[in-house]
Design a protein around this ligand. Structure first.
Ligand SMILES: Nc1nc2c(ncn2[C@@H]2O[C@H](COP(=O)(O)OP(=O)(O)OP(=O)(O)O)[C@@H](O)[C@H]2O)c(=O)[nH]1
Ligand SMILES: [Mg+2]
Length: 441
């Protein structure tokens, strides 16, 4: 995500970061580069202009904090302003205080509405709510099937109908939700290739009839500047409450994420980071700013980790790590948890330093499969005491897992180093763990 922008910004800031004196000249020079980087990332021209101006005024006008070098201070100002640009605070989805919460999903064709609708339903379900998905795309029968398939996958009911009237479907769905005691109604609507009057009227009519608690506008982050224009057109008609940026896992340049908030004055509430149902994240402006500046994102990582980790299990592992009793069984279960956290590449991206180290390198997900195969080919005794793995055992394990003795040796050495490392660790074992795992083979 945003690799190019991050790289450019890092380049622009490298020089000034080390400076011990700030002059108008070196500020200007750095900001010129920053400006270029933002424009190249397809950030709206006016947004860039105002942004640079604000950073400049602050950079030249503020006293340097004691704990920072002047160069670091500029990075901090840049970071703070990026946060402001993206909306400062995390924005929640509004829920109704009485009656069901009704959420209307709108956006262009293929932006990710149906996928997001299902992800959002899953999100509410995890909060203990009882969502109902509504298929209000009346133009493509396949769209109904798609939503039904997703609903089945996440075990959430889908309301669908043969009627060719989206407003009526939405109204019927509301009645159905009441009968079935469903408290969150998520209405997936049809998209068009470009903004057209009929689509706008249809969505506007659903809005008028149901008075939704929340209208979310879904937009593909890959479309850059266009995303901003579309958002504006939808906003003029629908006055939506928030934006969902999808496909942030692709090689988007970042323009949409950085411009949309300023242009439509509505917060980004969620980002989609993959096709799978769990690839949904709340949007945190401060974390996104850190990511863009290449500072990594420990917070998001920690939170994701927490969500997926069974607390007790994590604590047990942590204790074992500290006592250096961490064996291959534990390693295996940690490996599994790590892989549950999402595609490895996106997990890695959040770890400071890794992003830079890994740039241009594909994270080899297959390496994990091979490691798992090796562990599974060991006996329980070998797993709990890897030291007993001698030559003949190695040959057996390598054969059994379809790997080689060299590969197994390499892995066992890494694991051994990791064990030593863990002895020294107190908290934060997770991060170190991941870093070790991704170290040079
Ligand atoms: N990589 C990635 N793909 C996504 C994401 N969200 C959706 N997709 C994919 O994008 C494609 C379109 O998604 P849909 O959810 O069908 O989009 P839609 O807006 O409902 O499309 P229409 O109903 O045709 O207007 C599908 O192949 C999705 O799997 C995301 O966050 N990341
Ligand atoms: Mg759809």
């Amino acid at each position: 995500m945003f690799e190019n922008l991050t790289e450019r910004l890092e380049g622009a800031l490298k020089r000034i970061r080390g400076e011990h004196r700030i002059s108008e000249e070196n500020v200007n020079e750095s900001l010129r580069e920053v400006r270029r980087a933002l424009l190249e990332a397809d950030v709206n021209f006016q947004v860039v202009k105002d942004f640079i101006e604000r950073v400049k005024v602050k950079a030249l006008g503020t006293e340097v904090l004691k704990s920072l070098t002047p160069g670091q201070q500029i990075v901090k100002i840049l970071h703070d302003e990026l946060v402001v640009l993206m909306g400062s605070e995390k924005a929640e989805v509004t829920t109704a205080t009485t009656g069901p919460t009704i959420i209307l999903i709108a956006g262009l064709q293929g932006s990710g509405k149906t996928t997001f609708s299902a992800k959002l339903a899953r999100h509410f379900k995890s909060l203990g709510r009882h969502p109902l998905l509504v298929a209000a795309d009346i133009y493509r029968p396949a769209a109904i099937n798609q939503l039904q398939a997703l609903g089945q996958q996440i075990d959430i009911p889908v309301y669908a109908s043969e009627i060719k009237d989206a407003v009526k479907i939405a109204e019927d769905a509301r009645a159905h939700a009441r009968e079935q005691a469903r408290d969150v109604i998520i209405i997936d609507t049809a998209g068009r290739l470009s903004i057209d009057e009929q689509m706008m009227t249809e969505v506007a009519n659903i809005k008028k009839s149901l008075n939704p608690t929340e209208i979310l506008f879904v937009v593909d982050a890959m479309t850059g500047q266009d995303a901003v224009n579309t958002a504006k057109a939808f906003h003029d008609r629908l006055d939506f409450n928030g934006v969902v940026l999808t496909k942030l896992d692709g090689d988007t340049r970042g323009g949409a994420a950085l411009s949309i908030r300023t242009v439509v004055e509505k917060p980004i509430k969620f980002v989609g980071t993959g096709e799978k149902m769990d690839a949904l994240e709340p949007f945190y402006p401060d974390r996104m700013a850190s990511r863009i500046l290449g500072m990594g994102d420990v917070l998001t990582l920690a939170e994701k980790a927490q969500e997926e980790f069974d607390e007790e299990e994590a604590e047990r592992l942590e204790r074992k790590m500290r006592k250096a009793q961490f064996d291959l069984n534990d390693f295996h279960s940690q490996l599994k948890m790590l892989s549950k956290m999402g595609p490895l590449s996106s997990v890695m991206e959040m770890i400071p330093g890794i992003n830079k180290m890994m740039r241009g390198q594909e994270v080899d997900e297959r390496a994990f499969v091979r490691i798992e195969a090796m562990i599974l080919s060991m006996t329980p005794q070998e797993r709990s005491k890897p030291a007993i793995i001698n030559g003949s055992r190695k040959k057996r394990i390598a054969d059994g897992s379809g790997t080689s003795v060299q590969e197994l040796n390499r892995f066992l050495k890494q694991f051994n180093d990791m064990q030593k490392m863990m002895k020294k660790l107190s908290k934060g074992g997770m991060r170190q763990f991941a870093q070790n795992l991704m170290g040079p083979q």
